[in-house]
Design a protein around this ligand. Structure first.
Ligand SMILES: *[C@@H]1O[C@H](CO)[C@@H](O)[C@H](O)[C@H]1NC(C)=O
Ligand SMILES: *[C@@H]1O[C@H](CO)[C@@H](O)[C@H](O)[C@H]1NC(C)=O
Ligand SMILES: *[C@@H]1O[C@H](CO)[C@@H](O)[C@H](O)[C@H]1NC(C)=O
Ligand SMILES: *[C@@H]1O[C@H](CO)[C@@H](O)[C@H](O)[C@H]1NC(C)=O
Ligand SMILES: *[C@@H]1O[C@H](CO)[C@@H](O)[C@H](O)[C@H]1NC(C)=O
Ligand SMILES: *[C@@H]1O[C@H](CO)[C@@H](O)[C@H](O)[C@H]1NC(C)=O
Ligand SMILES: *[C@@H]1O[C@H](CO)[C@@H](O)[C@H](O)[C@H]1NC(C)=O
Ligand SMILES: *[C@@H]1O[C@H](CO)[C@@H](O)[C@H](O)[C@H]1NC(C)=O
Ligand SMILES: *[C@@H]1O[C@H](CO)[C@@H](O)[C@H](O)[C@H]1NC(C)=O
Ligand SMILES: *[C@@H]1O[C@H](CO)[C@@H](O)[C@H](O)[C@H]1NC(C)=O
Ligand SMILES: *[C@@H]1O[C@H](CO)[C@@H](O)[C@H](O)[C@H]1NC(C)=O
Ligand SMILES: *[C@@H]1O[C@H](CO)[C@@H](O)[C@H](O)[C@H]1NC(C)=O
Length: 354
């Protein structure tokens, strides 16, 4: 009488187990599979790329296929990242994919509204405008369009993308006026628009609440003064303003940017005394480039306080003549020094011999 009971019990356990496994499989499946409409948006996007393309050499989208085996799941496609729980596409990294195509304003890309990271850097978008529709991606936090041959006006709509933390538009052909409101995006940590020769703009009044860490505007047509409120950017570690058309003098409030490790303001049209008392507060600086900034007067003795410097460049400035370079003696970490055409000449202190 007991055998059948045991048998039933075993069967019961087995069924429980099977149900459990099925459940797990089901759970895994629903959490891993991408959404149908997002898969078809990606395939649309892929088709639009090849339709306008002059090359079929796609490094990443080549693997994007809808039929057959597991490749139906777009979460497993190259460059695609899905949210673990919802399966929504939250990341798309097509950087350096040899894309050679235009980006249309009706691109299916802009229907991937859950995107948080979008990287299209190092491709050739053939002088496409950055479509204003990019602002449909309201959850976008990271946008990288550097080295990708975009051209024209930077859309004002970027300044509505409140979740942006990193915006890299460097080395394109953008031009016209940069939408200044982008500087005041509340969570922006990185802004890089360098290497856009004809991109015009000016620095706004900066807000004390700005968490920005890296600001790079080098090699653009930005002009005007550096506002004193730049001293509000207390989290700034890298500031690169070289080769623009800035004028006026350096606001002493730059001395409040005590987290700076990299400061380059070379090749602008400043007219400012070389006596920069605020410089000594920037003790974390490893790179200081003041080339060609029309600095006059005496070299600031306080430069000797910047003992972390590895790169110091002061060339092409009309400093007062000086033969006393003893201040250099403290900068024992220097690996690069340029004093050409700065009226500074004399014996290099022996402590720099290494
Ligand atoms: C479900 O996924 C987890 C982690 O990815 C894995 O450990 C587990 O074996 C999977 N379960 C089944 C039934 O495939
Ligand atoms: C999926 O199918 C494609 C062709 O349809 C094939 O190239 C690919 O290797 C297959 N992948 C796997 C993991 O079997
Ligand atoms: C955007 O992010 C918020 C907060 O993380 C989330 O609640 C919302 O569903 C996201 N929207 C989309 C379209 O993914
Ligand atoms: C953007 O992409 C380029 C090229 O891959 C890379 O060098 C750069 O660091 C990226 N920018 C950011 C802010 O991550
Ligand atoms: C500073 O930024 C905060 C948050 O973005 C905003 O509420 C405030 O109005 C801004 N203040 C100024 C003077 O722009
Ligand atoms: C910038 O503008 C100048 C003059 O308008 C033009 O000659 C040059 O080709 C432009 N450069 C770029 C990169 O668009
Ligand atoms: C550069 O900026 C100045 C001042 O804003 C402007 O007058 C000039 O047209 C700009 N040049 C280009 C090529 O955009
Ligand atoms: C900005 O981008 C350029 C080129 O992509 C890069 O060389 C530079 O280091 C970046 N700036 C910062 C502050 O990272
Ligand atoms: C910021 O810089 C200004 C100008 O040098 C100075 O007056 C002010 O005290 C500084 N603020 C702080 C908090 O260091
Ligand atoms: C340095 O140059 C300024 C003018 O640029 C001059 O007024 C000053 O007297 C000079 N200082 C010394 C110590 O030579
Ligand atoms: C700079 O160095 C001098 C002496 O070398 C010292 O008296 C001064 O306090 C230092 N300044 C800072 C801000 O560390
Ligand atoms: C060089 O300048 C330092 C202060 O910066 C001074 O202590 C030293 O005496 C000067 N040396 C000569 C030879 O004038």
């Amino acid at each position: 009488m007991e055998a059948p009971y045991n048998f039933k019990f075993s069967l019961y356990l087995f069924l429980l187990y099977a149900l459990h496994v099925t459940n797990m499989a089901y759970t895994n499946k629903t959490t891993m599979l991408c959404q149908d409409h997002e898969r078809s948006a990606l395939l649309h996007f892929k088709r639009s790329l090849s339709a306008s393309s002059h090359s079929s050499a796609y490094l990443k989208t080549a693997s994007w296929r809808a039929r057959g085996n597991s490749s139906n799941n777009c979460c497993s496609w190259d460059g695609v990242e899905c949210d673990d729980a919802s399966g929504f596409v939250i990341g798309l990294d097509l950087s350096s994919s040899l894309l050679h195509a235009t980006l249309q304003s009706n691109s299916a890309l802009f229907s991937l509204v859950h995107l948080q990271n979008l990287n299209l850097a190092e491709n050739n978008f053939m002088n496409s405008l950055i479509p204003t529709e990019i602002s449909h991606l309201l959850n976008l936090s990271f946008l990288n369009l550097s080295f990708s041959s975009f051209s024209g006006q930077v859309p004002l709509e970027l300044s509505r993308m409140c979740k942006l933390t990193s915006l890299d538009l460097s080395n394109n052909y953008l031009h016209g006026g940069f939408p200044i409101a982008v500087f005041n995006l509340p969570g922006l940590l990185v802004l890089n628009v360098s290497g856009n020769q004809n991109l015009s703009g000016y620095l706004p009044e900066f807000n004390q609440t700005s968490p920005i860490r890296e600001l790079d505007i080098a090699w653009t047509n930005f002009s005007g003064n550096i506002p004193a409120s730049i001293g509000n950017l207390r989290s700034l570690t890298r500031l690169r303003l070289r080769n623009c058309y800035f004028s006026g003098s350096f606001p002493p409030s730059i001395g409040n940017l005590t987290q700076l490790t990299y400061l380059s303001v070379a090749s602008n049209m400043f007219s400012t005394s070389g006596d920069l008392p605020w410089l000594q507060k920037l003790t974390k600086l490893t790179v200081l480039n003041l080339d060609d900034t029309s600095l006059y007067g005496n070299i600031p003795p306080s430069i000797a306080n910047l003992t972390e410097l590895t790169v110091l460049s002061l060339s092409n400035n009309p400093f007062n003549r000086s033969r006393n370079l003893s201040w250099l003696g403290k900068l024992t970490k220097l690996t690069f020094l340029d004093l050409q055409n700065s009226n500074l000449y004399g014996d290099i202190p022996p402590s720099l011999a290494n």
